[in-house]
Design a protein around this ligand. Structure first.
Ligand code: NAD
Length: 471
């Protein structure tokens, strides 16, 4: 695969910038690829191609759009080993997790979007009118590095299935997976200009997307800080926006006999992508009366989470994605120590001589006003926060600027009641599995809009009412 080009108007072309960004393997700290540092001229070419392709793509029946997407998926599945390898090398994700979660789970999401497109209410007949849900036009998509494929799938696939065309910018830190997806779109024979890939830095490409008059909507996934700036810039031109942002999600353990499943699910959520998951359950709220018992269990279960070389099948926690991420997480561990939290496991990492590794670190006796409990660390750092009453647990769970995800473990009726009182877009009750047909997104500063399910498709449409005496 040649990573040095942009994919614009159905062809692999050189970037107008003629400059490049190095891609580093965080497990070895070696540069192993480079992608274009694209610029506004690349965005302009891609936006024009996407705008030109839009009318015909809008008029293409959903069934035909789905058939093409099925071809794309079939080809993409045939290159699975290359895609897994890319995720392992560019992100440092452990290979077993990369294959199951970063890659195969995305097939399920794509299939769900295809299935829902055939059932989506693109036309609704009301007693006095007909309402058409029309595709919004050209969508500028911006994604983060932490799930290099999943975040693309969540927005690019439904946008195209809804009848929109796309100019897509992957994260400059993990851009390679996106090239395999572009290759699959190319092989499937999508009309020119429906899907365009422009690699480059956030500020440059992001600003050009927000400012471009041919782009109708910005769909952004990333940090709350960058998202707020992107949203304001896009709204200056009255573009539609969709923002999937940060989180600081609670896992509430209600009083119960056996805490093992709750602890393990919290660890899986937090540790399996080395803490670099927007929905990571990074605050564990525990009944103070069982603090000793729960801390003992935490120490017993933690050794299952083997830290090491991401290419080994048994590894559960690989390196962090970059020097920047390593420095940030190390800084937060120091803040936790300075703020008086007690280290139950882990601690400050060693110098990152052979990769950006940070051991899972668990702070006990955390109070919810500490910086480590309020701010998104985005590393394998867990805050264990004791509470005295269920009322207090709900208050603590809701006491951050975020509202993306939550989990509640305990007797079902009480767990459901507590879950309904937590202000988060997604709440897991006991071992309830994720449902790809459900909407995904955040309350409060975790975002605006929804991805996933039917909501995730209709997000890329706008209703048009025709007053035609109805039906
Ligand atoms: P980031 O905000 O630094 O970057 C995200 C994307 O935005 C990248 O492509 C980047 O190049 C681009 N970008 C950065 N600054 C920009 C600017 N000024 N203008 C336009 N584009 C800009 O985030 P990140 O470090 O890549 O990812 C981690 C963050 O993403 C975390 O906060 C995490 O919670 C969040 N996230 C949220 C979700 C969700 O669905 N809610 C999913 C994954 C990650």
């Amino acid at each position: 695969m040649d990573f040095t080009k942009q994919y614009i108007d159905g062809a692999w072309v050189p970037s107008a910038s003629q400059t490049y960004i190095d891609v580093e393997n965080p497990a070895t700290k070696t540069v192993f690829a480079k992608v274009p540092a694209g610029n506004a001229a690349d965005v302009d070419a891609a936006a024009k191609a996407a705008a030109k392709a839009f009318p015909a793509w809008e008029a293409t029946p959903p069934k035909t759009r789905v058939e093409l997407m099925q071809k794309m998926l079939s080809y993409f599945q045939s290159i699975e080993d290359d895609v897994v390898q890319a995720v392992v090398s560019e992100l440092g994700a452990p290979v077993t997790f990369a294959r199951a979660n970063h890659v195969r789970y995305q097939y399920e999401r794509i299939e769900s979007y295809m299935d829902l497109t055939l059932r989506a209410p693109f036309v609704e007949y009301l007693p006095k009118s007909t309402v058409y849900r029309r595709p919004l036009g050209v969508i500028g998509c911006i994604t983060p590095w932490n799930y290099p494929l999943g975040q693309i799938v969540q927005k690019v696939i439904p946008a195209i299935l809804a009848g929109c065309t796309v100019v897509f910018k992957p994260s400059q830190h993990t851009p390679l997976t996106a090239y395999y997806l572009a290759d699959a779109f190319d092989h499937a024979g999508f009309p020119k200009g429906v899907f365009n890939l422009v690699a480059g830095r956030g500020s440059e490409i992001g600003n050009a997307l927000c400012d471009h008059p041919l782009i109708n909507m910005i769909s952004f996934t990333g940090s709350t800080e960058a998202g707020s700036g992107v949203a304001q810039r896009a709204l200056a031109g009255l573009k539609r926006i969709s923002m999937e942002l940060g989180g600081k999600s609670p896992c509430v353990l209600l009083k119960q006999d056996n805490y093992e499943s709750g602890i393990r699910s919290c660890f899986n959520s937090l540790f399996l992508n080395a803490g670099q998951t927007c929905t990571a359950l990074s605050r564990l709220l525990i009944p103070r009366s069982d603090k000793g018992k729960i801390e003992t269990l935490i120490k017993q279960i933690l050794p299952e989470y083997i830290v090491g070389d991401p290419t080994k099948a048994e590894t559960k926690i690989g390196p962090l994605s970059s020097q920047h991420q390593y420095d940030t997480v190390k800084g937060y561990i120091q803040k936790g120590i300075d703020g008086g939290a007690r280290i139950l496991a882990g601690g400050l990492p060693d110098a990152p001589d052979a990769g950006y590794y940070v051991r899972p670190t668990i702070f006990a006796d955390v109070t919810n006003d500490m910086a480590i409990a309020q701010e998104e660390i985005f590393g394998p750092v867990l805050c264990v926060i004791p509470y005295d009453t269920v009322e207090e647990a709900v208050k603590i769970a809701n006491d951050t600027p975020y509202g993306l995800n939550a989990a509640v473990w305990g007797p079902k009726t009480l767990a459901l009641d507590v879950g309904r009182r937590i202000l988060a877009g997604n709440v897991y009750i006991n071992d309830g599995p994720r449902d790809v047909e459900a909407p995904f997104g955040g309350f409060k500063e975790s975002g605006i809009g929804r991805e996933g399910g039917l909501d995730g498709i209709l997000e890329f449409t706008e209703p048009q009412a025709l007053f035609d005496h109805g039906n």
